[in-house]
Design a binder for this molecule. Structure first.
Ligand SMILES: [Zn+2]
Length: 447
């Protein structure tokens, strides 16, 4: 029996009390300040397709400047799209920096579908309302508050703490995290990073509140499936027509969903949450993909006239693979399932192999300790992100990257992610500020 078996949260030898400096923060005042900043942040429309971040970066730079923290705005060469970096320096650093990362861009909001103005930034009934409150401006404000508190309390650091706020995360990070890693990695070069990816979940598992800290994410394989055959008159259909064989191939794929399998972080998660949690995980649409590779049919195209069977038809599939899935074997299996020489697959492979962050690493331990001490009774577990985040570009450089937006969210709350009526409760805003500051103090403050 090791330490972890005797301790349900899995905190192995970590302090379970908050860092001493946490007591010096006036949390009511800080929560109000965070809510006010988030409100102003949400009011700035940084949605795609424009995805402008120059105005959001200006707001964050102003807030940092108020306490004397300089920030650098990186111009990407595309008008309006910038990334922001601010750094608190250690006098005599004993290790590489901690990187606190978030993205400033948001997905579009169709105002007609919302019950309130997506860019109102209203603070009412214990919530901050608007697009980005959850994804990812709330996280950005939690990390910003950590920077402000470190400066205001004049915390002596043993490693630098860097704040990174990116553009373009919602459209693949090309001018955001990827661009920063490709062009300015040396300005960051962190020991480890905190980004979005996981969350705390309330009401998902019978065992109680659970913080999922993501240590890796699924990799995307994109497929174009194309069927070609002679065209013909619609009055004389035949089985080898392009449209018909495409539909048969798609049915074959969708009728044989990939089998459930536990990758290492999910196996550890199930071990911590108990045997009943596997069924609970499988029963939610949001968590079921933790257990298998997924195949999603997302686009269909073909035909030009109702009475003509066309010579070509195609479909696109977005597939997300578990970190330990061999992508070549995955695609070759799909080809065998399709088993039709008239149907071919064009494959966009993922950039790089996955790099799972170690669960016994210093930042993971600090996050776990901070969650347990700030949300007593909660459980903390490694997990993987079923979507994609900025963190993958750092993981590809070997940086251990952890994903956690550290609030406790119900299924109802989670609907705001890329959905309608997005909002963040002040309770979760404060909890997130507490957890990120506590974890940061654990890994970056001189004792
Ligand atoms: Zn996001």
């Amino acid at each position: 029996m090791n330490d972890r078996d005797s301790n349900p949260s899995g905190v192995a030898g970590a302090r379970r009390t908050p860092h001493a400096l946490m007591r010096r923060v006036d949390w009511d005042a800080l929560t109000n300040e965070a809510a006010d900043t988030l409100s102003r942040y949400v009011k700035i429309d940084s949605s795609h397709p424009r995805g402008r971040t120059v105005e959001t970066a200006q707001l964050l730079a102003e807030r940092l400047a108020e306490v004397g923290i300089e920030s650098q705005v990186y111009q990407t060469g595309t008008e309006g799209k910038v990334n922001l970096v601010a750094r608190l320096r250690a006098a005599e650093p004993v290790g590489k920096p901690l990187l606190l990362s978030s993205h400033m861009d948001v997905v579009q909001a169709t105002a007609a579908d919302w019950t309130f103005d997506p860019y109102s930034g209203e603070i009412a009934d214990g919530y901050v309302y608007g697009r980005g409150a959850l994804d990812d401006k709330g996280m950005g404000v939690m990390e910003l508050m950590t920077m402000l508190v470190l400066r205001r309390l004049d915390v002596e650091l043993r490693r630098d703490v860097i704040l990174l706020c990116t553009c373009d995360e919602e459209i693949g990070s090309t001018l955001g995290a990827k661009w920063m890693v490709d062009n300015h990695f040396d300005d960051l070069n962190p020991a480890f990073m905190l980004d979005e990816g996981g969350t705390g979940r309330r009401g998902f598992f019978s065992v109680g509140d659970v913080f999922e800290v993501t240590v890796d994410e699924k990799r995307a394989v994109r497929l174009r499936m194309i069927a070609r055959a002679d065209p013909g008159h619609a009055s004389q259909p035949w089985p080898e027509a392009a449209t018909h064989r495409l539909v048969r191939a798609a049915n074959a794929l969708l009728d044989q969903p990939p089998e459930d399998r536990e990758c290492a972080p999910v196996a550890e998660m199930l071990r911590r949450l108990g045997p009943q949690s596997r069924d609970e995980m499988a029963s939610h649409r949001a968590s079921a993909p933790l257990l298998h590779d997924t195949v999603s049919l997302t686009m269909m195209q073909g035909g030009y006239k109702i009475n003509v069977i066309p010579e070509q038809a195609e479909m696109s599939f977005d597939c997300r693979l578990l970190p330990d899935t061999d992508e070549r074997a995955f695609v070759s299996n799909l080809e065998q399932v399709i088993n039709d020489p008239g149907v071919r697959l064009e494959v966009s492979w993922p950039n790089a192999a996955s790099h799972t962050a170690p669960w016994d690493g210093e930042l993971a331990t600090a996050l776990e300790q901070a969650c347990v001490s700030q949300a007593p009774g909660s459980l903390v577990t490694p997990s993987i992100c079923v979507g994609g985040t900025d963190a993958r570009f750092f993981r590809e450089r070997g940086v251990p990257a952890y994903g956690l937006v550290p609030g406790l969210f119900t299924a109802e709350d989670m609907k705001g992610y890329h959905g309608i009526d997005e909002r963040l409760s002040l309770a979760n805003l404060q909890l997130g500020c507490r957890i990120i500051l506590d974890a940061t103090l654990q890994v970056a403050a001189r004792d």
